[in-house]
Write a protein that binds this ligand. Sequence first.
Ligand code: ZN
Ligand code: ZN
Length: 115
Amino acid sequence: MVEFCPKCGSLLVPQKSSDSKTVLVCRKCGFKKTTDTGNKYMLSQNIKHVEQDKILIIENTEAARTLPKVKGHVICPKCGNDEAYYWILQTRRSDEPPTRFYRCTKCNHVWREYE
Ligand SMILES: [Zn+2]
Ligand SMILES: [Zn+2]
């Protein structure tokens, strides 16, 4: 997968950093990007076994802070709030529909949508 520098548009070159993580480096302006894809792959692998852990991991990721919000047609089972962040995950075999998770904007309770 090829990625480009968000600052100057140059090609980002993968390099090993000191703690053996791969970082993408822009040779033109020096921009550095830590690759977090390994983390995401881990999530999808763990998901079948430790679903609860995965939910907690997702809560802590950068992405969780920019999750889309839904208001009005969800109700938090804990506090009754009708506004929640949501994300969708393929939790089971790929021929089954993905599961939707919600996180209450008020009490941070996380729950999943059951079919
Ligand atoms: Zn650059
Ligand atoms: Zn709540």
